[in-house]
Ligand binder design. Structure first.
Ligand SMILES: Nc1ncnc2c1ncn2[C@@H]1O[C@H](COP(=O)(O)OP(=O)(O)O)[C@@H](O)[C@H]1O
Ligand SMILES: [Mg+2]
Length: 353
């Protein structure tokens, strides 16, 4: 799929902007703090309704403005649509987002904070896999929200210090729900990881130029099973510890991913250069599974993706993204990359270079 054009009003540092990008690679240059990342964020909001930068709507409208609008045309092989989204301040001071949902628009965004997927804590990897699963399976986000609600209720019950028999009977319905919704989450995460694995095994060597074997595996805290009954039984086995700690100690909220290069954990043993390429490869590995699941390729939003790489790595990344559909790549480097339409962002505007 492609973005045909986009128009912004009062979006971050842009008072108004209209931009008609190329259908393939767009290289966006400009000095620091000119609005390169803000533009990528606006494209993500147009396509998905969400920012990859913040969960706080209030940050997005231009300072002092009561609302922002993001309008644009999205296209795929069989037609186009105009999408319009707004974020505005309500009378009670809260911010509200509204707009058109389109079932086939997808964005895959990369920034160097994604290094955390490789070398951060398990929560970063769970967020990563949930993001992938949500792009592949449309109900994943709803299931995730439901799971968190059930988990919070169950944790509160564990903190009441009830007598054992009463606690057991109160927990029973929550255990059943936690297990059923939890296993749904685990199942989709595992399928997302399996889809990523095949592409990652191709993309990482393509970026590094070396024949490394890369593996990504889902590590479930309840073990191999995806049967809700087995999850309930596992909960019973850890009941004493749960009561002591006042929280649910096994389940999808405690799971992790193992990411290995040649059989060795990338988090502990990867070199800095390997970790960087791996973070980028993990995002690029999503492109093909999304294309297969949705029927059209996602738009790639790569924020400053070349800056931390050596010259070979940069060339390999450029070669890899040639195979993608529409790509937006920001860089502070004013030198041409030898490919793509070039744009310069300065002082809240954009112009062809
Ligand atoms: N809501 C906002 N309203 C106005 N300006 C903003 C808002 N949010 C961020 N900015 C400004 O946007 C600029 C950063 O833009 P950014 O896209 O991160 O730059 P870069 O080109 O370095 O990627 C900063 O100058 C910041 O002050
Ligand atoms: Mg930036």
């Amino acid at each position: 799929m492609q973005i045909g054009w986009v128009a912004l009003a009062d979006y971050r540092n842009y008072s108004t902007l209209s931009y008609t990008p190329s259908e393939r690679l767009n290289v966006i240059t400009g000095l620091n703090a000119q609005g390169k990342t803000n533009l990528l964020e606006a494209l993500a909001v147009l396509l998905t309704g969400r920012s990859f930068r913040t969960g706080r709507l209030a940050e997005i409208p231009r300072w002092g403005a009561p609302s922002t609008t993001i309008t644009g045309e999205v296209r795929r092989a069989d037609g186009s649509r105009t999408l319009r989204r707004t974020i505005r301040k309500l009378e009670d001071g809260r911010w509200h987002a509204a707009g058109d949902a389109c079932p086939w628009t997808r964005a895959v965004a990369f920034g160097w904070q994604d290094l955390e997927i490789v070398n951060g804590g398990p929560g970063s990897r769970r967020n990563f896999v949930d993001g992938c699963a949500a792009r592949l399976y449309s109900s994943h986000q709803t299931t995730l929200v439901r799971f968190r609600q059930i988990l919070a209720r169950r944790n509160r019950l564990l903190q009441f210090r009830l007598p054992a028999a009463l606690l057991d009977s109160r927990l029973a319905p929550w255990d059943e729900q936690l297990a059923r919704v939890g296993m749904e989450l685990v199942d989709r995460r595992q399928r997302a990881v399996a889809a990523l694995q095949t592409e990652l095994a191709r993309v990482y060597p393509a970026l590094s130029g070396l024949h490394h074997k890369v593996e990504i595996r889902y590590r479930a805290s309840v073990g191999e099973t995806t049967e809700p009954a087995a999850f309930v039984a596992a909960l019973a086995r850890v009941r004493a510890e749960e009561v002591r700690r006042g929280q649910t100690v096994i389940g999808p909220h405690r799971d992790d991913l193992a990411i290995e290069i040649d059989g060795v954990g990338a988090r502990a043993f990867g070199s800095r250069g390997q970790q960087r390429l791996l973070a980028l490869a993990l995002r690029l590995a999503e492109v093909l599974p999304i294309r297969e699941a949705v029927g059209t390729a996602p738009v790639l939003l790569l924020d400053d993706a070349l800056s931390e790489l050596d010259p070979d790595g940069r060339e390999n990344v450029l070669r890899e993204i040639e195979g993608a559909e529409q790509v937006f790549l920001t860089t502070p480097d004013p030198r041409p990359l030898g490919a793509g339409a070039r744009w310069v962002v300065a002082g809240g505007g954009i112009a062809a270079a």
